[in-house]
Design a protein around this ligand. Structure first.
Ligand SMILES: NC(=O)c1ccc[n+]([C@@H]2O[C@H](COP(=O)([O-])OP(=O)(O)OC[C@H]3O[C@@H](n4cnc5c(N)ncnc54)[C@H](OP(=O)(O)O)[C@@H]3O)[C@@H](O)[C@H]2O)c1
Length: 233
């Protein structure tokens, strides 16, 4: 089996890579721009292959496909945020987030999906966010994730007959680099709304991604929320 995880150098992506390494005998390809981190991670096991590629650049995607080749499981995890209030949001902040979080998963899926369709087998997982429902200060990020969810469901409708499943995992507030720089006051405010009264650890998100990709063979076109109950409010 062959797996590709985008953004595997840190955070949730790294935990997904580690989970597949532990639970399967797959060859696991992962991407990122942090060469030092990627090379350090590959030293864990010869089944790990790192590709130091900026996947926000359209022209890099054919290179990624030529290095990786056909995969059985595709996990589109890499993402960024550039938060600010709508009235202060610059075109370049909107563009950068849409490019990384929505266009890049579209480009990568297009590159890898033909092999899955030919083989009539495969599983694709996109990483969205509870912010897809709309969130103040995240107009760009929320739009990118809502678009990603809609794209995933549309794709699931189109390719289910070829036995390729498409699902989305929608994490809540998770303890990674993405959230580490938030002001403590904001973190405490968010925490008040989480019934479990804590952030997720990245491995808790990876656990759901893994089982959804590998084991839940009749789950298709779904958005699975993993947020400690945050969105019950
Ligand atoms: N953390 C949360 O609270 C949270 C909540 C909901 C959803 N999510 C979503 O979960 C996913 C993972 O988030 P995370 O918290 O694990 O983020 P993270 O710790 O910031 O890691 C992001 C990953 O994406 C990669 N990446 C970013 N820009 C890239 C680019 N241009 N080209 C290639 N790789 C790039 C990074 O690799 P390099 O650093 O090596 O470039 C890194 O491996 C994202 O889609 C995020 O939106 C996170």
């Amino acid at each position: 089996m062959r797996v590709l995880v985008t953004g595997g150098t840190k955070g949730i992506g790294l935990k997904i890579v580690e989970k597949f390494l532990k639970e399967t005998d797959a060859q696991i390809h992962f991407t990122g721009r942090d060469e030092e981190a990627g090379n350090r991670i590959t030293q864990m096991d010869s089944r790990l292959k790192f590709h130091c590629i900026d996947t926000a650049q359209r022209e890099e995607i054919p290179k990624l496909y030529s290095l990786v080749g056909p995969v059985d499981v595709l996990i589109l995890n890499a993402g960024i945020c550039k938060d600010t209030l709508f009235l202060r949001m610059k075109d370049e902040d909107f563009d950068a987030v849409l490019k990384m979080n929505l266009y890049s998963p579209f480009w990568i899926t297009k590159a890898f999906i033909s092999d899955m369709l030919k083989k009539q087998s495969g599983s694709i997982i996109y990483l969205s966010s509870v912010s897809a429902r709309g969130n103040a200060g995240q107009a760009n990020y929320a739009a990118s994730k809502a678009g990603l969810e809609a794209m995933a469901k549309s794709l699931a409708l189109e390719i289910g007959k070829r036995n390729v499943r498409v699902n989305v995992v929608r994490p809540g507030f998770t303890d990674t680099k993405m959230t580490q720089d938030l002001p403590d006051t904001l973190k405490q405010e968010i925490m008040k709304h989480i019934p479990l009264t804590r952030m997720a650890q990245p491995e808790e998100i990876a656990e759901v991604v893994y089982h959804l990709a590998m084991n839940f063979s009749y789950v298709n076109g779904q958005v699975v929320t993993v947020d400690g109950g945050l969105t019950l409010h």
